[in-house]
Design a binder for this molecule. Structure first.
Ligand code: AMP
Ligand code: GLY
Length: 428
């Protein structure tokens, strides 16, 4: 069958790669796609925020399944339009996507369903938010309510920083996304992402992964969309793992009880606190870069799984996982997550991929008209994933591959997964 994937980052490249490995896929189209033909998909120019245009394109190109990668089209209701046109769609509708599209919605949802999360309050007026802050102590967390590409959160270590963050939100730093502000209790502990496939009834947990959100080594610097990730996550105890699965099951049941027919991935971002796992955030889609280590470990046919999710019939499906370790290191442009330049020529991708067990996903690249030279075209440029039979093997391989790839201003974290390998005590 022909499949249309919406998005153009490393996550979508990983999705396309797994779909292409299935004997059931024929042509895979990707809109807008990235990296030229390097991803194995045929890139198409399409406004992925325009649900009617996406549905029309799918109809006229014999597409039987549309997979929505990023959050913005989900929040805009693109999945609803695709389904309304009679085409199967992997991804929640506008109602379910609020779990990511509004922090206030997801926090209130958690409150309604007794899901453990940080205590919070939300405000749509700056004076009220500042009044409330005056009664609190640092550290404290300030979040823009709406979508801000992973950058709308400030973990304020001082009250001055907190006041500054609240003011910036209301002054429009995140546009409409900052018109409401959520102020949250500060939690501590290792983070863990647990993504699940769901058809709105059954929940199929994926392998846990751990992202590294801060820009610099040692978990310092500003939050980013994610700088590197690995899976499995050995610091998670089996009790914690079970608690996270229970929370995801209760969340899906909560959605169903509220009349939301959620079909896609629900991403639980957890913090493993002393009083058990608590939800930091929900996302309505695959994680980026989590997908770049989770899907390479999935042995089951992704087309089967996605079709069953989209059709609301996951009953007969179970997931099988590869025992290997996977790690993915993000190569970013100098300056990311702040301002960065684009258009730097990239070399060494082919040499890196010649190493057995290495796959390079295109996160923010473009290709020259001659079809040969690849250029940087985003903050996060490439995701270098390596698989190995031990963490050390995967790690050595990933960094060897990273060193073969060059572009001006290449920025990476050399400590992906290392803190976790030193055990739980590193977090106390
Ligand atoms: P979010 O976009 O809500 O996932 O937040 C981004 C990152 O900010 C998280 O992955 C955490 O590292 C950090 N963070 C968010 N909320 C909290 C919290 N309540 N306590 C401590 N850190 C947090
Ligand atoms: N890696 C974090 C996210 O996808 O939101």
């Amino acid at each position: 069958m022909n499949i249309l994937v919406l998005g153009g980052g490393g996550r979508e490249h990983a999705i396309v790669t797994s779909l292409a490995a299935s004997p059931k896929s024929n042509k895979i189209l990707c809109a807008p796609g990235g990296g030229g033909k390097a991803t194995g998909a045929e890139n198409v120019a399409l406004d992925i925020m325009d649900g009617k245009a996406v549905a029309q394109f799918a109809q006229s190109n014999d597409v039987e399944l549309v997979v929505v990668g990023p959050e913005a089209p989900l929040v805009a209701g693109v999945a609803d339009e695709v389904r309304a046109s009679g085409i199967l769609c992997f991804g929640p509708g506008r109602d379910g996507a609020q779990m990511e599209g509004s922090k206030e919605f997801s926090k209130e949802f958690m409150q309604r369903h007794g899901i453990p999360t940080a205590a919070f309050d939300s405000f749509d007026r700056e004076d009220r938010a500042l009044e409330y802050l005056a009664t609190q102590n640092a550290p404290i967390v300030i979040k823009a309510d709406g979508l801000a590409a992973g950058k709308g959160v400030t973990v304020a270590m001082t009250m001055d920083e907190a006041v500054q963050a609240v003011k910036e939100c209301f002054e429009g730093r995140f546009g409409e996304a900052g018109a409401k502000v959520v102020i949250e209790e500060f939690m501590t502990g290792p983070e863990c992402s647990l993504l699940v496939f769901t058809d709105g009834k059954k929940v199929l947990p994926m392998a846990p992964a751990q992202d590294h959100k801060r820009a610099y080594e040692g978990d310092l610097g500003p939050n980013t969309g994610g700088m590197g990730v690995y899976s499995p996550v050995p610091i998670v105890t089996s009790d914690e793992h079970q608690a996270m699965i229970d929370i995801m099951q209760r969340s899906v049941k909560g959605l169903a009880d509220e009349g939301i027919n959620y079909r896609g991935v629900l991403y639980g971002g957890f913090m493993l606190t002393e009083s058990g796992p608590k939800v930091v955030e929900f996302n309505a889609r695959f994680g980026d870069p989590e997908t770049q280590v989770v899907l390479p470990r999935l042995k089951s046919d992704l087309v089967d799984v996605m079709l069953a999710v989209a059709a609301g019939d996951l009953e007969g499906i179970e997931l099988e996982w590869d025992e290997s370790w996977a790690i993915s290191v993000v190569l970013a442009s100098a300056g990311y997550p702040g301002d960065y330049e684009k258009g730097k020529a990239i070399t060494g991708i082919e040499a890196a991929e010649e190493l057995p067990g290495v796959k390079v996903y295109h996160a923010g690249t473009s290709i020259a008209d001659d079809g040969t030279t690849i250029f940087t075209n985003g903050g996060r440029v490439l995701n270098v994933t390596a698989m190995g039979s031990t963490f050390k093997e995967a790690q050595d391989l990933a960094y060897k591959a990273c060193d073969l790839i060059e572009f001006e201003g290449k920025q990476l974290r050399r400590d992906i997964g290392i803190k976790a390998m030193n055990g739980r005590a590193s977090w106390s």
